[in-house]
Design a protein around this ligand. Structure first.
Ligand code: DCP
Ligand code: MG
Ligand code: MG
Length: 538
């Protein structure tokens, strides 16, 4: 059997609450929730014990637990900064920085090379010669020094190869026959515990962890036991583990795909279904692969079919230090006049600039230089999800920190955003806009681009800069024109969801509208919110 990858998934416990507790320690040990508009986006575990639920309406949550304290969580800066800090901390432990961020509070760690190295050490100690015998020996005798540094023997931690520091994913427990792959996963499980302990000791955050052979299985294993616990899932038990789960829990499936699928499987009889009919086992046994794939468009069928069988070939893609774009977005019932539109453009531009100063600066210096500003709109009359965009070279004034954000935002609106709007909306007297997104794109790590932009802005004085500009314009044509997007497509591939977040693609208050109840929420949290609806329906 080939060597299996070893993947750790981490999810911070009651993340926004933990961040708030760091800010205000008086919140520790009392029930409290973080609110965004009229919804509880999360609550601490003390509140959960009293019956409060994540994504509950504020009014209902207060009825459930009147003594609960409420913290406003509409400004996401604190959460974003804490999320970045924790990710960077974990990256220091994991070789080659193989750490991918998913949303604010989840990480995937590919620790395969760390495990390979340590397995070799175990081999040298002769411990792999008779694995079954090893497991029959006294536990204490199997103490192993897990090395965290190839060149420094002193950096590491002690662990016992036959001890499982947490839960098994299924009741089957340890496999009967132990091979090297089981030892690899056990080592990964010890590493997971070490990383979680370090995060707690140094940063004060608790987390839940999952260890298995791919991202899907590790993530789902991690969700099995919370908070502050970890779960190990051996791949031979993956199908049993998945079969028992509600189909909507498969990342990328979500509420809308589940509905589609159930309709294809049971047609109008759906009302009589019970929760067993929603399980993965039921889907696998009641629909053929061909029919399953037919139900989903855009090639997602193949991927989802693989996922429900525990197959996930997607790699852990280390998240780049610098995002590929920073964007701010908001949705509206209707924007149909310039009087309504202009304040919106100012507000979004201001938020974008503030965001850029957080995401693209480190230790007071710019580390990412976007070369263009892109405006994206959605008209009410357009097909569902159709967006139109155009971009323009960024003004150099954006990088002048000494200037007030409001002042710079006015320059941005006047020089770039309004002209882009006029290009996109041919008749500025007649429009009906439901979505506005302003983004800083084509972000490079080198300031060379920014110098080029300065040259461009002064090109009348320095005509040679036109050559550089033309090259930039050609490059940027790629992101112009019409781009299609719908919530289903965004949910279609959970790895793409991670990409969205890597792009730091946030709306103004970090919200998106739920199509079912109109609640506003973070884009990456839509799936969890849909599960909330679903739980209520069942
Ligand atoms: N979040 C949000 N809106 C949602 C879902 C989540 O704003 N619809 C935010 C609040 C959470 C954070 O994202 O703190 C992470 O989401 P999780 O689902 O991981 O929830 P928690 O970390 O709060 O709790 P848990 O301990 O269950 O992971
Ligand atoms: Mg969490
Ligand atoms: Mg999470």
């Amino acid at each position: 059997m080939p060597d299996c990858p070893v993947i750790i998934a981490l999810d911070w416990d009651a993340f926004y609450c933990s961040v708030e507790e760091h800010h205000d320690p008086s919140l520790k040990n009392v029930p409290f929730a973080v609110r965004q508009k009229s919804i509880i986006c999360t609550c601490n575990y003390i509140a959960r014990e009293k019956g409060v639920k994540k994504l509950q309406r504020l009014v209902e949550a207060i009825e459930t637990c009147p003594e609960m304290r409420i913290v406003n969580g509409e400004d996401l800066s604190r959460y974003r900064d804490a999320s970045k800090e924790l990710w960077q901390f974990v990256k220091l432990i994991i070789w080659q920085g193989k750490v991918e961020r998913l949303g604010f509070d989840e990480l995937f760690l590919d620790v395969t090379i760390m495990i390979d190295f340590n397995l070799e050490l175990i081999r040298h100690e002769g411990l792999l010669n008779d694995l079954d015998a090893l497991f029959k020996c006294c536990r204490q005798s199997n103490s192993f020094w897990f090395r965290l540094d190839k060149n420094d023997k002193t950096k590491g931690f002690a662990c016992s190869l036959t001890t499982i520091p947490g839960h098994f994913g299924t009741d089957a427990g340890m496999p009967k026959h132990i091979s090297e792959n089981e030892i690899r996963l056990i080592l990964g499980f010890h590493l997971c515990e070490y990383v979680r302990r370090q995060i707690f000791d140094v940063k004060g955050y608790t987390s839940s962890g999952g260890v298995s052979t791919n991202k899907l299985l590790s993530k789902m294993a991690g969700a099995q036991n919370k908070p502050n616990q970890q779960t190990l899932l051996f791949p031979q038990y993956a199908q049993d583990f998945l079969d028992d789960k509600d189909i909507a829990r498969i990342p990328g499936m979500g509420h809308s795909y589940k509905k589609l699928l159930l309709h294809a499987m049971y047609g109008q009889k759906q009302k009589k279904l019970d929760s067993d009919d929603f399980k993965v086992i039921s889907v696998r046994s009641n629909i053929t692969k061909g029919r399953f794939i037919q139900v989903f468009k855009h090639n997602n069928g193949h991927r989802l079919w693989d996922l429900i069988h525990g197959i996930d070939n997607s790699c852990v893609r280390p998240t780049a230090e610098i995002p590929t774009q920073v964007s701010i977005e908001d949705t509206f019932m209707s924007l149909s006049s310039l009087d309504e539109l202009k304040p919106v453009l100012h507000r979004l531009s201001e938020s974008l600039l503030a965001r850029m100063r957080i995401d693209l600066k480190s230790n007071g210096l710019w580390i990412g230089y976007p070369s263009r500003i892109r405006l994206t709109l959605r008209h009410r009359a357009s097909d569902y999800g159709a967006r139109i965009s155009k971009s323009e070279v960024i003004p150099s004034t954006v990088f002048k920190d000494e200037r007030d954000v409001r002042e710079v935002a006015s320059v941005l609106v006047e020089r770039v955003v309004m002209p882009l709007f006029k290009k996109l909306v041919h008749d500025a007297r007649s429009f009906d806009i439901v979505l506005v997104n302003i983004a800083a794109v084509n972000i490079e790590s080198s300031p060379v681009q920014a110098k080029d932009i300065t040259l461009f802005l002064d090109r009348q004085k320095r005509p040679n800069a036109n050559k550089i500009l033309n090259q930039q314009v050609k490059k940027s044509r790629v992101d112009e024109g019409v781009s299609e997007s719908s919530s289903d497509e965004q949910n279609a591939d959970w790895i793409d969801e991670a990409d969205e977040d890597n792009q730091y693609d946030y709306d103004d208050c970090g919200h998106q509208l739920c199509g079912l109840c109109g609640t506003r929420m973070l884009t990456f949290a839509v799936d969890a919110h849909m599960r909330f609806h679903e739980a209520n329906n069942e």
